[in-house]
Design a protein around this ligand. Structure first.
Ligand code: NDP
Length: 320
């Protein structure tokens, strides 16, 4: 190993990231916390970090030679990119390698929500098919729906392409219309919600998307409305969602992400017309392996070639 380069790993990360980095560098695993648990001399050897979830902003000043932070995941809201950019530290994420998996999971969550497939399986397993006869018809269906995508980036586009095969109409809202798709673009989320009966949220966690999906959006979706979130819980007012479900402002919801993970509001657990997943949209062994490889390849390329593979737009730096 080039043991003169140390890579910090705060908290848990996929084994494959650690294994690939250990083959080349000195890997230093540490607990995540308010202060960096390293003495100044050791901290000075750290030139890279690999993180899953978040990097403590307070650690930047304690790591004078940090050059790169490899974020495990396409959403990099857990890393303070402004603090990194000020110090010319490159931040990388894992775009594209998870698009298909996340889009597949979104379709699964949508169908589970509409057709109540998890409830139907539980019914069979509980012996109720034998005891009580056929499972009740699902009140909702994907047939004839008009699906609105809040976000049509790398993942949103894969969701849209899959929805085409399901023969439903697709529209979307983004700040900038895409020039390479024929779907109807709506200039505001409110206008999109008014036009569609099914809303899928796949936008990043930013200042602008905070609680963007609120009571007014649920009212616009209407009584046949279905809300699916695979982006970030941050983008939804969960209290307004629970209220909209309780008073039947909307018909159902499917959620993979929550405001304060892993805590899911008690109110949401109580509804039978809600399908809940523990943030698993990209969580298969093959896809997580591809993400782990991209984290490692970014760090290896940085030190071997002077440029990371997938730097985020806010930190377009090269080394040297
Ligand atoms: P992209 O950056 O490719 O796409 C983001 C999309 O959101 C773009 O269409 C963008 O369009 C739109 N967008 C961003 N800000 C706004 C805004 N304020 N208003 C309206 N639209 C907005 O990201 P990805 O598709 O790769 O990933 C999206 C997010 O999905 C990630 O950031 C992550 O948080 C989440 N995610 C969740 C996973 C899970 O496990 N559940 C797995 C993977 C990702 P425009 O800029 O024109 O507005």
């Amino acid at each position: 190993p080039q043991s003169d380069i140390a890579i910090l790993i705060p908290g848990q990360i996929n084994r494959r990231v650690t294994e690939r980095l250990e083959a080349r560098y000195t890997v230093i695993p540490v607990e995540r916390g308010a202060t960096l648990p390293l003495d100044a001399a050791t901290a000075a050897t750290v030139r890279g970090a690999a993180v899953s979830g978040s990097f403590p902003t307070g650690w930047f000043d304690a790591l004078p030679n940090l050059e790169i932070i490899g974020n495990f995941g396409v959403g990099y809201d857990g890393v303070d990119v402004r603090a990194a950019a000020e110090r010319k530290i490159v931040v990388t994420n894992t775009p594209d390698v998870l698009n298909d998996e996340v889009a597949d999971t979104t379709i699964g969550l949508l169908l589970n929500t509409l057709r109540r497939l998890p409830q139907a399986e539980n019914y069979l397993r509980a012996g109720r098919w034998v005891a009580e006869g056929a499972f009740p018809l699902s009140p909702l269906s994907l047939r004839s729906r008009h699906v609105g995508l809040f976000g049509l980036g790398r993942i949103g586009l894969e969701i849209a392409r899959r929805l085409e095969a399901f023969k439903v109409k697709v529209s979307y809202h983004t700040r900038t219309p895409r020039t390479d798709v024929a779907y109807d673009h709506f200039a505001s989320l409110a206008a999109l919600a008014e036009a569609v009966d099914t809303l899928i949220c796949i936008v990043p966690k930013t200042v602008e998307t905070h609680k963007a999906v609120d009571a007014a959006i649920f009212r616009a979706l209407g009584a046949n409305g279905v809300f699916i979130n695979v982006g970030r819980g941050w983008s939804v007012d969960e209290e307004a969602l629970a209220a909209a479900l309780a008073d039947k402002t909307i018909a159902a919801a499917g959620l993979d992400v929550f405001y304060d993970e892993p805590n899911v509001p008690e109110a949401l657990l109580g509804f039978d017309n809600v399908s809940l997943l523990p943030h698993v949209a990209s969580a298969s062994v093959p896809t997580r392996q591809a993400m782990a490889d991209l984290v490692a390849d970014n760090i290896l390329d940085w030190f071997d070639k002077g440029a990371a593979r997938t730097p985020v737009p806010e930190t377009p730096f090269r080394s040297g």
